[in-house]
Structure formats: C-alpha cells, structure tokens
Design a protein around this ligand. Structure first.
Ligand SMILES: O=C(O)c1ccccc1NCC(=O)[C@H](O)[C@H](O)COP(=O)(O)O
Length: 199
C-alpha cells in the first residue's frame, strides 16, 4: 500500500514522515493554510531520501507558474489539484517530473487519461479532512490511484476495504493543527494503511 503524506511544513515533520515509512511527501505550493514557499519546499525536499517521492501541490495556477515553482522547489513530482485541463499536463511533460492528477469522484477516473502517472481521488474540498463515501468509487478508477479525503489512523483500514485503492494520501488526519503534523499519528496511519496491528 503506497502512502503519501501531504502538507508538510517543517523539517522535523519531514523526518518523522520518512521515519514512519511514507512513500511520498507533499508540499503545498498553492493557496492554503499549509502553503509554503518554493524556497522552503526546497529546504524540506533536501532532507528527503531518494526513495521517497517529493511532491509539489498546485491548484489553479497556470503551467508557467507551476513550472517555475516546481523547479525552484526541486520536487520530483507535480500534483495538479482540481479542474486543470489536459493541456496543463501536456505543457509540463517536458520537465520530466512525475505528474499527478488530483480530482473528486465526479471526474474522469482513468489514471493516464491526462498523461498523468498517478491519480488521486479526493473529497470535493481538498485538504479539509472531511470523510466522504469512499465505497462509491470502488471499481471505478483504473491504473495507479490513491484514495484521499478525511483519512486518519482510525478509519484508513475501513476506507481501503471500501474503495480498494492502490495507495492512500492524508493530510488533516495526521495533524494537530493545519500544517502541524504529529509523528505518532503519521506512524499510526502508515501502520494502519498497510494492515498493521490495529487492523
Ligand atoms: O492540503 C491542502 O491544504 C490543499 C490545498 C489546496 C489543494 C490541495 C491541498 N491538499 C492536497 C492533498 O493531497 C491532501 O492530502 C488531500 O486533499 C487530503 O486531505 P485531507 O482530507 O486533509 O486528508
């Protein structure tokens, strides 16, 4: 079970996410209470070992702005959240970064339909921590896809059983406040997502 932890803002939290066993860590580079600058993201990304994917998260910016910020941050993946047209993905292809498309359940749920290599199926309000009917997407997404939206250590096993994703993505459920990750919650989340002792 692939695990992405998103919305990291602090070096200690990055180290704890890596220690917990996250496969990917996300830095929010768009309007959000978790937003950090590309320079701060570069500082945090430099602490991440090569086997863990660093992701810059964007929503609504045009490709030129995404390109500049992603290069300044030095992230290896670009997550376009929400209603980005196919052309935005096409415009970023030459950067050679992993492209991630994050949408809610009403969108086209075929991973690769926009030339992305990873799909995230999220709640309608990104980063809100609001659970939704995860079972509604069971069997619909194709390819590599992560389930997100309202996941937490206490419900991720149930969500995985309901939706059968390839991986999961979390932000609010491992925080004590927006942007403030909790090492124990991150460790508990990764363990539970992978079918650990509490499952
Ligand atoms: O997290 C944010 O504040 C955010 C803001 C704008 C666009 C995307 C954002 N987050 C993207 C993520 O990948 C989150 O992990 C995902 O939405 C799940 O969030 P949560 O329900 O809080 O676990």
């Amino acid at each position: 079970m692939y695990v992405k932890i998103c919305g990291l803002t602090d070096p200690g939290h990055v180290a704890a996410a890596v220690e917990a066993g996250a496969d990917a860590v996300g830095f929010v580079l768009t309007s959000s209470s978790r937003r950090i600058t590309p320079e701060r993201a570069a500082e945090l990304a430099s602490l991440v070992p090569p086997e863990v994917l660093t992701v810059g998260v964007f929503r609504g910016e045009d490709p030129a702005e995404v390109r500049d910020a992603a290069l300044a941050a030095g992230v290896r993946a670009i997550q376009l959240h929400g209603h980005h047209p196919h052309a935005d993905f096409t415009a970023l292809k030459d950067l050679g970064r992993t492209l991630i498309r994050a949408v809610d359940a009403r969108a086209d749920l075929r991973c690769g339909a926009y030339d992305e290599s990873l799909l995230i199926v999220d709640a309608p309000r990104a980063g809100s921590g609001e659970p939704w009917d995860w079972s509604a997407v069971r069997g619909r997404p194709t390819g590599r896809w992560l389930l997100a939206g309202g996941l937490a250590p206490g419900n991720v096993a149930e969500a995985v059983a309901a939706a059968r994703p390839w991986g999961v993505d979390v932000s609010s459920g491992v925080e004590t406040a927006p942007g403030v990750k909790d090492p124990a919650l991150m460790a508990a989340f990764v363990t539970a997502a992978r079918g650990g002792p509490d499952r």
